[in-house]
Write a protein that binds this ligand. Structure first.
Ligand SMILES: *Cc1c(COP(=O)(O)O)cnc(C)c1O
Length: 334
């Protein structure tokens, strides 16, 4: 067997993601991920158009990221699988990859900087992954990922800019259209764009007239800034309630920038108070604990920042929020 040093990537064809790729991903990950419920929100539907919530908060590891990670793991050829997987994500993608790898009996290494809090390290270890603590920044952790790919032949599974990951996230779009055939508008949280690109490709592949809008926080919206500039740009990373939406899209973005540019009908930006209102609303009205990133679609509707003409589906992307932080928001702080 020949290993192309430094080129170890999950096979992803020519990098394109379309309906057929997403349908293949759906067949591949069926039984490994939850087909999440799409529930009608009576409170949000009172304004006129029926609003449905796609509850990825119920997904294994608490976010949709399990879909893309599972599709990536299952797409590996056996020799690459035997060498193991690596990523530098400390958040929902790291959790998801740890879980997906363990479910398939594959080694996963999650690289983190020394600044990552102990509870995040423990959470990933509890999912059976090896944690490697290196350096003092995310960039240094990413250098260790590159080294492990180069020197030990591990396969990097990036959090969004990868065809198998995008296709896995796109399975949400297939489920939405299956459950809500006349969907007119889909609201999707937007950071690196793997989720939005996959969902838009699936929804528009089945229902071209449906609109798909990305929602980000105003603070540090890297994809929105990149779309406005016409190329991937860096933005300053600042603290936000939607912490899972932080970070850049990569200046060497291969896939998600072009997909979001070509498929999204717009991007809406939210202030912190609007995101907090979304978290409060979904807890009060639906009893769902939702993290900031997961609540932005609901927040956009509450803030009157999107107009709906017909059935709306809102991707509620994750629920991993610190319990004390959630309580503070529910009690009206932030
Ligand atoms: C990663 C993540 C997002 C954003 O997904 P991208 O593919 O990076 O755009 C949204 N919500 C949650 C909960 C996430 O973990």
């Amino acid at each position: 067997m020949v290993v192309a040093a430094g080129l170890s990537q999950v096979p992803c064809g020519d990098g394109a993601v379309g309906l057929a790729t997403i349908e293949a991903a759906q067949a591949r990950i069926a039984g490994e991920v939850l087909r999440t419920p799409l529930i009608r929100s009576a409170a949000l539907s009172a304004a006129g158009s029926p609003v449905h919530l796609k509850l990825e908060t119920h997904q294994g590891t608490g976010s949709f990221k399990l879909r893309g990670a599972t599709n990536a793991v299952l797409s590996l050829d056996p020799p690459a699988r035997a060498r193991g997987l690596v990523t530098a994500s400390t958040g929902n993608h790291g959790r998801a990859l740890a879980h997906a790898a363990r479910a398939q009996g594959v080694r996963a290494v999650i690289c983190m900087s020394r600044l990552v809090p102990a509870n995040k390290v423990a959470a990933v270890e509890a999912l059976g992954a090896e944690v490697r603590i290196v350096g003092r920044s995310q960039d240094e952790a990413q250098l260790e990922v590159a080294r492990l790919v180069r020197e030990e032949g591990l396969t990097e599974v990036p959090p969004f800019d990868h065809a198998a990951v995008v296709a896995g996230q796109g399975t949400i779009g297939l489920e939405i259209v299956a459950d809500l055939a006349d969907v007119a508008l889909v609201l999707v949280p937007l950071s690196g764009g793997g989720l939005a690109a996959g969902v838009a490709a699936a929804v528009k592949g089945l229902r071209p007239q449906a609109r798909v809008i990305g929602v980000s926080m105003r603070r540090g919206a890297a994809m929105q800034a990149s779309l406005a500039a016409g190329r991937p740009v860096a933005v300053e990373e600042v603290e936000t309630l939607a912490d899972s939406l932080g970070g850049g899209i990569g200046l060497d973005n291969r896939l998600t920038f072009a997909l979001c540019r070509d498929l999204l009908d717009g991007v809406v930006l939210l202030d912190e108070a609007e995101i907090a209102a979304g978290i409060r609303h979904v807890f009060a009205a639906e009893g769902e604990v939702v993290e900031g990133a997961g609540a932005v679609g609901i927040a956009a509707l509450l803030a009157g920042k999107v107009e709906a003409h017909g059935p709306v589906a809102v991707v509620v992307s994750g629920g991993n929020i610190d319990a004390a932080a959630h309580r503070r928001i529910i009690e009206g702080a932030a």
